[in-house]
Design a binder for this molecule. Structure first.
Ligand code: AMP
Ligand code: DBH
Length: 538
């Protein structure tokens, strides 16, 4: 059985192979190439895992899952935080050809169920530390709602059927059955701009290339000690070069539960971390901490700070070398594929003021005008791209794909960009109906749909509002049928089960929504209203 997805046209695929981008090797190779290595692969709290241990743990779990009947072409819903088991599970599933969705740990019922209904998973792997899985109530609900789910495994349970138990199970002549390299390896999460969170099928070939090329550009090797303090399941943290890039190079991943300076500075010092990946708000917090207490030499080993996920203001960028004492690399990527980096040997001007260049010579990237024609260099347009690691369609979403792709298979990311004569890209705005809350993406329509389910809500529109720390926060404008308090709406959304970062930071009750000439809420006007009314979240 194979998982359906939109394939690259044959001619392009042949070219990608010829040029060595696609090497027809499954992602399991990232770990198994170091199977005999006793170097440290992962540090999480007091736990250390060598490559040999990680590979053996993944193999034992794969064997146990295989004995339970899971097989190539099946899918799994996985929700693990920044813990070593995230990688053990990921590689175990790849070994038996089961394609996971790695939900973020911040995700709640709404997101988990949206993913489950798209992939009809046979397997659920979740964590007792997550509020939803503290007892069995929600687990039972999920299993009842999704009859395909015939195996549920919990981290933090005891006994041989727990995740820990299965990882410890004795190995018996396991034979790996990964899916073919040009088939779906797993699903990546889209930040989304529509009502339901969409899934991105990633093949072994395209993802492995993205990782190898990232490693090359960022010069990761066996001496790399990488701090992963952003959600480890996120595409950025996994592949740009992320943990998988570190594993490919035989370096060491140091996991942190969050990017706070309190937690991260001591970890950097203790484990002599030399590279970290952050989103812009975390950079602000690190800089603030340094201004308040100095860094007491704790960051001396840090050589490179990657920053991406959301726009990095130039003023903040310039403070990084000056105050943190390391080099900055801007990363502009997307779970859909395309990744841009500033190069380590770029001049300061490009590093501080651009989001870098596409990493692959065969990334085709251009900026389109309203009619879909290329604009001149230096002009603003919508980002259009295709290439050896950029997907060709969301999973089972023909309607969304008809809008997101042009006739030649170019994906329109919804970003407004300027490309200069040398190919450097600046992200200057966004056209998609999304809020980028410090790197965490919120699809306005998803939250508006949920708000509309509240009995007091007649109309709802979610827009971004500027925020000094987060870059953007979200503001919900509500036309109410009956009196309703903002806090009550937020509480109601939380109870419905939506990730905290998607809860409106501000709720503004209005008499009516301004409309565009086609009768849709005029979000430009609403954003002006935020300024006129001086709305803040403080
Ligand atoms: P996602 O679809 O969730 O993977 O999010 C990808 C989106 O994040 C991009 O399309 C951009 O809108 C945004 N993004 C990522 N990195 C950057 C960056 N360095 N600067 C500005 N926006 C970024
Ligand atoms: O925001 C992102 O999705 C992102 C940012 C940087 C990403 O997917 C990536 C690098 O790979």
């Amino acid at each position: 059985m194979t998982i359906p997805f939109n394939r690259w046209p044959e001619e392009l695929a042949a070219g990608y192979r010829e040029k060595g981008y696609w090497i027809d090797v499954p992602l399991t190779d990232i770990l198994s190439r170091h199977a005999k290595s006793d170097r440290c692969a992962v540090i999480e709290g007091e736990r250390h895992f060598s490559y040999r241990e990680l590979e053996q743990a993944a193999t034992r779990l794969a064997g146990a899952l295989q004995r339970q009947g899971l097989t190539t072409g099946d899918t799994a819903l996985v929700q693990l935080g920044n813990v070593a088991e995230l990688y053990i599970v990921f590689f175990a599933l790849l070994k038996i050809g089961v394609a996971p969705v790695n939900a973020l740990f911040s995700h709640q019922k709404t997101e988990l169920e949206a993913y489950a209904s798209q992939i009809t998973p046979k397997l659920l792997i979740a964590d007792r530390e997550h509020a939803l899985f503290r007892d069995d109530d929600y687990l039972m609900t999920l299993v009842a709602r999704f009859p395909s789910l015939n195996t549920a495994i919990l981290r933090g349970d005891s006994g041989e059927r727990s995740l820990e138990g299965l990882i410890a199970a004795p190995e018996d002549n396991f034979v790996a059955t990964p899916s073919a390299a040009d088939e779906v390896a797993f699903f990546q999460l889209s930040g989304g701009s529509t009502g339901t969170p969409k899934l991105i099928p990633r093949t072994h070939n395209d993802y492995y290339y993205s990782i190898r090329r990232s490693v090359e550009i960022c010069r990761f090797d066996e001496n790399t000690r990488f701090l992963c303090a952003i959600p480890a399941a996120h595409n950025y943290a996994m592949s740009s070069p992320g943990s998988l890039g570190v594993f490919y190079g035989e370096g060491c991943v140091v996991l942190a539960a969050d990017p706070s300076a309190n937690l991260c500075f001591p970890l950097i010092e203790r484990h002599q971390v030399d590279v970290a990946a952050l989103v812009p708000p975390a950079v602000s917090l690190w800089l603030q901490a340094i201004r308040e207490w100095g860094n007491n030499g704790q960051l001396a080993s840090l050589r490179l700070l990657q920053v991406g996920g959301a726009r990095l203001p130039e003023a903040l960028a310039r403070r990084i070398p000056a105050e943190i004492g390391c080099q900055l690399q801007q990363v502009f990527g997307m779970a859909e594929g395309l990744v841009n980096y500033t190069a380590l040997d770029d001049d300061d001007e490009h590093i501080f003021t651009t989001q870098g260049r596409p990493m692959c010579p065969d990334d085709e990237v251009w900026a389109a005008d309203e009619e879909g024609n290329p604009v001149a260099a230096g002009e603003v347009g919508r980002l259009m791209t295709r290439g050896p690691y950029t997907f060709r369609g969301y999973y089972l979403s023909p309607e969304a794909n008809a809008k997101a792709f042009d006739a030649n298979g170019f994906y329109c990311s919804g970003d407004l960009i300027v490309i200069d004569e040398q190919g450097y890209i600046k992200v200057v705005g966004r056209e998609k109906d999304q809020i980028n809350r410090g790197g965490e993406k919120i699809a306005a329509e998803e939250i508006e749909n949920l708000l509309h389910r509240h009995e007091a809500v007649l109309h709802a529109a979610l827009v971004s509002m500027e925020d000094e720390l987060m870059g953007e926060k979200s503001c919900a404008f509500i036309v109410a049928r009956s009196p309703v308090r903002p806090v009550a709406l937020r509480r109601w959304l939380r109870e419905l089960g939506v990730a905290d970062y998607k809860l409106p930071d501000k709720v503004e009750i209005v008499d009516e929504l301004p409309l565009t000439h086609v009768g849709k809420p005029d979000k430009k006007r609403l954003r002006q209203l935020i300024a006129e009314r001086r709305l803040t979240t403080k």
